[in-house]
Design a protein around this ligand. Sequence first.
Ligand code: FE2
Ligand code: FE2
Length: 476
Amino acid sequence: MIKTYDEFFEDRQLMTIHSYLHSPKWTSQKSTLDDDSSFDMYEVSHLDYFNTELLNHINSKLDSDFTLERIYFNGQDYGQDGAWHPDSDVGYTHLTYLNPDVIPDWGGETELEETPGIIKQISPQYNTSVIFKGSISHRGLSFNSEDAPKRISLAFKLIPNTRVFGEDITPKVTDNSSFMDQFVMPPEEVQSGIADKIPMKQHTKPAVIIGSAMFEESVVDEILDETERLRDSGDNAGGKLVGQLKNNEKSKQVSFDMENEVGVLLKQVFNAIGDRYLQEMLQIGARADCYEIWTNHAFSGDYNPLHTHGSYTPAGLSGFMWLNNPQSIEDSWQRLINNEDVLEEFPNIAKDGMPDGTTPALHNAAGGIDGWTHIAWDLTTRKDVDVLRPYGSSYLKPTVGQMFIFPNWLHHEVYPFFGDGERVSIAMNWNVQFSDEEIMKGFNKQQKEDYYAKVKQEKWESEILETARREKVENE
Ligand SMILES: [Fe+2]
Ligand SMILES: [Fe+2]
């Protein structure tokens, strides 16, 4: 598609346009990244006169509602022929020739190859405009005489919106997928472009690594039996926990017996999970020691406010595991994922869960995350996300048998649910013991020797203490 228009701008518009050419801020450009062409360019996209008044004029003359990509003057001195190139896949290019006293002998045509092998030439008549699809290969020739002035044209790069040359088109902006498709380079372009030859890598710098594990139903049932037994006989753990589990006479947090059969077994399992988290996921030479487990018997209205956990070692891990969920939590989730607005925004939500950082559709007190656990490693705002910082929190839907493990500085909270039934979970803490190798990473020879000497000294001292203690007991 190539169209030309004579007498495109009005006289007063031409006067204003020329006034900007009294002191143009030319910069040197090329037609494409990797050719040896060179011409001058003066960017005016930011100027209101161009991006408003002249754009409006173009749209009204062309009966279109193009939006703007950019506007600039082209300046070509003698010998500065442009190289063949397309401009864009999606847009249109609108050129207006601005040499008032141009004569046909000077040449300086714009050449376009819409059909392969057929070159169309447009003469740079003063105030003539040519508009063509940006995908059409083209080049601008300079004037062929040393005595001729700089060949100057004004280029508008335009993006179709809802109307093009008097015809309504589907507004691309409302259709999310096709709007994005416009910006995705087609494969052939990726292959021929210079950018694909530059090696690129993604470097994710994670703020936190969270591990999860899924337990079989039989294991869940066994742990549930134990929580049931402990509900009445176990030690109340509420005194040292922030959980607000109080809305039912059966609301409770109970310490696990870590010495009985189930407790010993669970400690082994959780230690293995902690070790794998440290060694496989964090790639750290360290062992995890699960030293406490407790139950959470939560009923309608019970909740855990935002908090972190502690440990006896400087580094520590925390985790939790869901054992039983009231139906109301699942019901509100189903309501959420069947909500039309939610589905439109997150078509895969049923499969993928709630995307990080999004606040689920809570309008009209929908309760979509009642009973969920919320984890937050960073408190980002909408503004942070606008400037390309990643979201800093995530909502976890209670799933029976699922366990999460994370560093104990990670903030987390549990929202209350409302309805019948009991939400049963267990939570646990681990101390973390680093290996000697891990501690000595980055040590020089002397530091390593000092460290070994210290370890040896400590071992020797504790042996002496132990011997003394034993002798004292024997003597009594
Ligand atoms: Fe171009
Ligand atoms: Fe917690």
